[in-house]
Design a protein around this ligand. Structure first.
Ligand code: TPP
Ligand code: MG
Length: 381
């Protein structure tokens, strides 16, 4: 019944885009979903074992991230992931261990131990700012640059339902819509912001938000990875035709707490039936049923799962071993990611895009500032 509804949704809305995906693409999407899920399970295990004190997880919401990134031109476009979009980082080409070392604050973690928000601009992932809503004006700025330079690239960011209530979101959207930049903003409506349910934190429907900015929105089933993929692919095409920004509204549900510390309270935030309903709509399980429908064998599915499991286990082990490399105190004085007006890594990426446009740009010093580089950190670009 559920699987039929899932399949019908693809047939009705996303059939054309879905048919463009070959078996290898579908298996890659499945592997990315599983890697994203296992990364969160690994972090949760670390919390239970006392390796870290808490983790922010996106279990049950993976399709919103994976479907979007799968629709991008990964060597060219840029993303700003939020805390529940960690899957975007490995999909854009960041090492999987970054998702673990960022929590350990080791010297070889992406920010050299200074912040667990992570990214690598050389791979098209702009490190998020923790203040909700701020990724919208930042991504709008990147999109403005793409448009002004005449580059066929888009910027994509996700924002929670709660973050849509911020001034930063509003300012960013007003600007992006007015300037008509190639920006995709994905409202990841997981029905809750910290302990505040959607109905408590604002009036009106999420689906009405695009019209506020004079935009036509795209709605998708956030637990149906193909539906998300089709919406993001459509949004990208619209952006590249110069039709301005797109707001996608992806409906999903937060299955856990805001982070691991409030999982019990989170269970009391909604009626148990809602967890049951969304639990049956798990994005990994539903997509697995779809793959079987598309003629992919159980053996192929199991091989993709095994590949994902090995990659995540190896990344977690590597990260644990890196605990020997603690940052030197002076590294707290890093000049930051920008020096002399140049963002570290950005020009490398631009060069790579201009020369071939298809390979992942090599990351300077494996994508991270050299450990302990201190105030003398030389600009890499
Ligand atoms: C401007 C601002 N206010 C408050 C916070 C604290 N805070 C962090 S996450 C969060 C809730 C976010 O909810 P939502 O945007 O729906 O994203 P979700 O956590 O559900 O993915 C809040 C209030 C913040 N980071 N920034
Ligand atoms: Mg939310």
């Amino acid at each position: 019944m559920l699987v039929r509804a899932y399949r019908d949704r693809i047939k009705r809305g996303s059939a054309e885009h879905a048919s463009r995906l070959a078996h290898t693409d579908l298996l890659r999407i499945y592997r990315d979903l599983v890697v994203t899920r296992l990364q969160d399970i690994g972090l949760k295990r670390w919390v239970r074992q006392g390796v870290i004190s808490k983790a922010w997880l996106g279990v049950g919401e993976e399709a919103v991230t994976v479907g979007c990134v799968a629709a991008l031109e990964r060597a060219q476009d840029v993303v700003i992931p939020m805390i529940r979009n960690a899957g975007a980082c490995h999909m854009m080409g960041l090492p999987l261990e970054d998702g673990f070392t960022c929590y350990l604050a080791t010297a070889d973690s992406p920010s050299g131990g200074r912040d667990f928000h992570y990214g690598d601009i050389a791979r098209g992932v702009i490190q998020p700012v923790s203040h909700m809503g701020t990724s919208v004006p930042v991504a709008a700025g990147a999109a403005l640059a793409f448009r002004n330079l005449g580059e066929g690239r888009v910027a994509l960011t996700w924002t929670g339902d709660g973050a849509t209530r911020t001034a930063a979101f509003h300012e960013g959207m007003v600007f992006a819509a007015r300037a008509g930049v190639p920006l995709i903003v994905v409202i990841q409506n997981n029905q809750v912001a910290l302990g505040t349910r959607l109905a408590q934190h604002g009036a009106g429907a999420m689906a009405d938000i695009p019209a506020v900015y004079g935009l036509t929105g795209l709605e998708c089933d956030g637990n149906n990875v193909i539906d998300v993929y089709a919406a993001a692919a459509t949004a990208r095409e619209q952006c590249l035709r110069g039709e301005g920004p797109v707001i996608m509204v992806a409906e999903t549900f937060r299955m856990g707490g805001h982070a691991t510390h409030d999982e019990r309270e989170a269970r009391e935030t909604f009626a148990p039936e809602l967890f049951e309903h969304w639990g049956r709509r798990d994005p990994v399980g539903l997509f697995e049923a779809y793959l079987i429908d598309r003629g992919i064998t159980v053996e192929e599915i199991e091989a993709a799962e095994e590949e994902a499991r090995k990659a995540v286990d190896a990344a977690a082990d590597l990260a644990l071993a890196s605990r020997d490399h603690l940052p030197r105190p002076e590294s707290a004085l890093f000049p930051g990611f920008s020096e002399g007006g140049v963002l570290h890594g950005l020009s490398t990426r631009l060069d790579a895009v201009r020369t071939d446009g298809h390979e992942h740009a090599p990351s300077p010093v494996s994508g991270h500032p050299p450990p302990g580089a201190g105030a003398g950190f030389p600009p890499s670009d």
